[in-house]
Design a protein around this ligand. Sequence first.
Ligand SMILES: [Zn+2]
Length: 195
Amino acid sequence: MDYIIKGKSLTYFKSPPSTSNSELIDTFQDGLGDICRQKILELKTRYDTLNKLSNFHQEFIDLQDDEQDKYYLEVRKATMVDAEKSVVIFWIRYWTTLLRKAEKTYEISSNSITDRDIEEASQKPFLDVFDGELIPRGNRMVGLCSFHEERTPSFTVFVDNNHAKCFGCDWTGDPIDYIQKHYDLSFVDAVRQLL
Ligand SMILES: [Zn+2]
């Protein structure tokens, strides 16, 4: 009821934007589902609070209808509670629609890579993947580690199995692990980047 105390009108609550805009989904793709769930939870809590308030006002109106001023004030409050309830319902619908879209997007993105893609991505030569210079040393290559500060190279690529280990910070992994950590990507996005 803060807006009543501060004298704010209901225009303070803006209507939700259109959910047909697919750019919105792309912008928030990562973590959108979690945001939606959080928002729905908050709105449902608010809705429950408003429900309690409108019940209270109804009782008050029934009991105090001989006191004109108080009566009209309570009617006004009850009207505003009802108006806010309908706005809250709008927003719940909005976030629910987004949640459905976000989950669908997530399903599509996780299904869009195959075991073969993963195999292919993991076999991409470190020479093409490593962000920096790799110097051949026998059947190994060494370079300055991407994950810690150093002046002498301890990032070592084992060419035979296309795995790497840093003897400075102990990082180990294949090209997918490297891309994931270096560019802070999800597993799926790292695989896609390597294909
Ligand atoms: Zn390192």
